[in-house]
Write a protein that binds this ligand. Sequence first.
Ligand code: NAG
Ligand code: NAG
Ligand code: NAG
Ligand code: NAG
Length: 374
Amino acid sequence: MLTAVCRRHSCCKMLLDATILKAVQLLLLLLAEASCRTHSSWCELGCDCRGDLKFTICSRGLFTQLPSRVPPYTELLDLSDNLISIIPERSFDKNRKLRVLLLQNNNISVVQPGAFSHLEFLQKLDLRWNRISVLIEGFSAGLSFLRELQLAHNRLTRLETHSFLHLDALQRLNLSANSIRSIQVRAFAPMSGLRQLHLQDNRLTSLRSGIFSMLRSLEVLNLAGNQISDMEMGVFKPLTSMSLLNLADNNMSTVYFKTFLSIHSYSMHILLEENPWNCDCDLQRVFRKLRSIQRLFLDDYYNLTCAEPQVLRDCRLMDVDTELCLAETVTVLIITFTVVTTLLATMLMGERKRKKKKTTHWTQQWEHSEESDY
Ligand SMILES: *[C@@H]1O[C@H](CO)[C@@H](O)[C@H](O)[C@H]1NC(C)=O
Ligand SMILES: *[C@@H]1O[C@H](CO)[C@@H](O)[C@H](O)[C@H]1NC(C)=O
Ligand SMILES: *[C@@H]1O[C@H](CO)[C@@H](O)[C@H](O)[C@H]1NC(C)=O
Ligand SMILES: *[C@@H]1O[C@H](CO)[C@@H](O)[C@H](O)[C@H]1NC(C)=O
């Protein structure tokens, strides 16, 4: 009707256009608001949900438990820097598209069995800086495609046979800065594709052979900052892909040549500084042999210092080793010389005695024959 009335006045037509425009604008606004509301019903207060990027960022949101409304499209979920203390069973059932899950800097002490189950696309799980003290059997259930697991700065004390049971695809495991004292022989066995194992700054004192037995793909093994003083001779033997072995800052005073010789990787760098080396001639011999092996690189050999014997404390091994073995050589020479001289002397004395005997015999015979001539 309005159109009919207005048909004759162009100014009226303009008015009509403006009305339609307004109505459309209003409609759009309403629509936008509605979409916004559905959006926010999937986005927990305190989180930033970015549908375009498939990110959900809930970092520093003062969460004490996992937020319940995380959009199902989320591929990266950042829950770092909160106060979450428990990860209940099947926590991420509605977020099966997750690829990266960040939970570092929380207060997590309990991870219930199956907490991460069904996360078939998860590639990276970050649990650094929490209070996890034990990895229960169900911890890794459902994480069979995980590539990277960060567990540094937790409270782990032991690694058991079932600790990493389902982590078949894991490539990088960071366990540094825990309190790990013991590792059961088959603990690492399920992770046959592991490439990097970081165990620095723990409390290991010995390495039993067999603990690394399935790690044929391992390239980097970091054991620095432990208290390792004895290693069984074959412990590194299965590691045929190794390129870096870090044993710096431990409690080793000596080492067997065969411990490193047995590693048949193509080329390997070994770090050994900050250990209390007992700089005797045996140690020098071991290092001389090790340095002559082409595929081994003792990168910090020039930095190795002695803790024993007392007179050589803080001296560099490379500065004292020749002297040590020189002393040994001199000792050996002196002993040899003494023995030879004694032998010679004995022989000479024996000879002289024999000669003397012969002469007396002759003289006696001669005297006798002279007597009989008369
Ligand atoms: C962390 O969790 C422990 C219990 O595991 C609790 O006693 C402590 O109050 C929590 N700390 C914070 C800051 O929430
Ligand atoms: C392992 O974790 C420690 C501690 O957070 C960190 O310094 C180190 O860079 C990490 N290493 C790797 C390879 O992730
Ligand atoms: C280092 O090893 C020696 C034995 O070689 C042992 O007496 C000492 O307690 C060890 N130190 C630490 C800190 O484990
Ligand atoms: C040797 O020690 C010095 C000083 O601590 C350090 O700067 C250097 O990087 C070390 N060299 C190697 C090969 O580790």
